[in-house]
Design a protein around this ligand. Sequence first.
Ligand SMILES: NC(=O)c1ccc[n+]([C@@H]2O[C@H](COP(=O)([O-])OP(=O)(O)OC[C@H]3O[C@@H](n4cnc5c(N)ncnc54)[C@H](OP(=O)(O)O)[C@@H]3O)[C@@H](O)[C@H]2O)c1
Length: 297
Amino acid sequence: MNAEPSTGRTSASAEAGPAAGSGPGAAASGRPVFGPPVALVAGASSGIGAAVARRLAARGSAVALVGRREAELKEVAETIRAAGGTALPLALDLAEPGVPAEAVAATAAGLGPVGLLVCSAGAIRLAAIHETEERHWERQLRVNLTVPFLLAREVLPGMRERGRGWIVNIGSGVGSEVVPGSGGYGVSKHAVHRLTELVHEENRDLGIRAVTVAPGWVSTRLAARPADLGVSEAEVLDAEDIADTVAWLLDRPARMSVGPLVRVEPSASRAAAGDAMTRHLTRSRTKGTGPAAKETP
Ligand SMILES: NC(=O)c1ccc[n+]([C@@H]2O[C@H](COP(=O)([O-])OP(=O)(O)OC[C@H]3O[C@@H](n4cnc5c(N)ncnc54)[C@H](OP(=O)(O)O)[C@@H]3O)[C@@H](O)[C@H]2O)c1
């Protein structure tokens, strides 16, 4: 594990979530009056998680960056520090037993208690159910569902005690749509949507908000390349679009709850999540690259 001491602007003790509507944290405007929360971003080494981490840091949060690729994490941390923010890279495999708790503890030790958890770590291996290998099924369920559960379970007691906190899970459009071939990925995303709903219902009166941001096609290393499916790069979402959405959600007044499921799709129907995934699978089969059309390690 790499846990560099943080540099730059430090706000280790500053933390906030949505202020409980009538609590001391709620201003007359209904907007939170606490400082920016300490954030833990799972899956911060690239793509959506990296964009969200940079955005949270720009908004004043001290951010723990969690992922397996140490060099990439350090790069994201350097970008944040160069802009005057505070970042703590934690090179960890969250799928390993005990590691989600370790990540939360390391964040608390380095930056302060987690007030904002973003789960963007994701594993994908597309295949029809009858072609899905058990190890791929389990991997996706572990990274996409069990890790968000374990992280939430770890941070919630402190958030409940302090009466504020945010949990943002990155779901997927295919968690809401039945897309043949979405396999263990689709199932894990469907389930993480429900996990978020439960966290929301169980904690909404305690000043804690939980929301799933469920993107459609975003241009990252995890997704199909737009050119491969006859779609222009400009038509698919950018990781910054998802960072914008998260920032917008965080800025809502304490009296207002959006979600708990927020879908963000490209405008063009041919770039919509379900259609694109189906075309991607069909293309992989035609090219003979096997049933598992897409995989990230
Ligand atoms: N791109 C899309 O079209 C799209 C659409 C809908 C939803 N999503 C979701 O968005 C999220 C982010 O994906 P992305 O598109 O931004 O792709 P990405 O760049 O591949 O991001 C995935 C992140 O997950 C991390 N990760 C994977 N396994 C991990 C593990 N065992 N422990 C710690 N970190 C782990 C990766 O870091 P390391 O490799 O360094 O561990 C990486 O930072 C995922 O949950 C994905 O399902 C993406």
